[in-house]
Design a binder for this molecule. Structure first.
Ligand code: TIU
Length: 227
């Protein structure tokens, strides 16, 4: 059993039944010219979390843990993108439009690839998701159940949109969820802060939060215990 010095209290997990879930760390959100910037956002704050995310991913891989990557992605014919999603906001480029990194949020396009620092390795789960939540219209629940996963550690972007939605979906499905504070980011600092507060309020009503250093500390303890 590993224990993270998390908020609002310790998060306990067993590595074999815990997956690291990395939400939408794709060029569309992190690099200029993608969907995030087309919505009028400064993408640089999202790039700042890459070193911490990479350190956690490398440590998780070294420990032998399950890794799940998601991409927010639509089919080329946009049959899985409802008007309620495509028509929202006032972006310079809408979902499916051609941008500098290919068609916005369309599967297989250059902008839809996960950033090289966090690229999926062989054997890791990589899922395209058409919604904000990672469980909606994806096989994630079945894939986690097949592996006996009961606990999830979340990283990714953006905190209050796809990360929070995925955590809430996971919470409703019975997963114990930890969000890594310095491995998630928003285009709006106040929304990130509010989301972290909301997640852990009311006795971890949605889940726990901790820093990547606190998770790495728990992982190194787990490695020592196995020696
Ligand atoms: N706009 C925004 O903050 N996020 C998204 O549209 N998708 C994700 O969060 N992945």
């Amino acid at each position: 059993m590993s224990e993270v010095d998390a908020r609002p209290f310790a998060f306990r997990f067993e590595l074999p039944s815990t997956a690291l879930v990395i939400i939408d760390m794709q060029r569309d959100f992190v690099e200029p010219g993608g969907f995030g910037e087309s919505l009028g956002n400064d993408v640089r704050p999202l790039q700042a979390i890459l070193p911490a995310c990479r350190a956690v991913l490398q440590a998780w891989r070294a420990a032998g843990g399950t890794v799940v990557h998601t991409r927010e992605a639509h089919r080329a014919d946009l049959s899985d993108c409802p008007p309620a999603k495509r028509e929202r906001g006032a972006p310079r480029l809408r979902i499916g439009d051609a941008g500098p990194m290919g068609r916005i949020l369309v599967a297989g396009e250059p902008g839809n690839q996960i950033v090289p620092e966090l690229a999926p390795a062989a054997g890791e789960i990589a899922l395209d998701k058409p919604g904000k939540g990672a469980f909606y219209a994806t096989p994630l629940q079945e894939l986690l159940q097949e592996r006996g996963i009961t606990h999830l550690v979340f990283m990714g972007v953006t905190t209050e949109v796809c990360v929070q939605t995925s955590m809430r979906e996971a919470n409703d499905r019975g997963y114990e969820c930890l969000l890594l504070e310095d491995c998630t980011e928003s285009y709006f600092p106040q929304f990130k802060a509010a989301t972290l507060d909301m997640v852990r309020a009311q006795g971890a009503i949605v889940g726990w939060t901790a820093t990547s250093a606190q998770l790495l500390q728990a992982l190194s303890g787990a490695a020592t215990a196995r020696c």
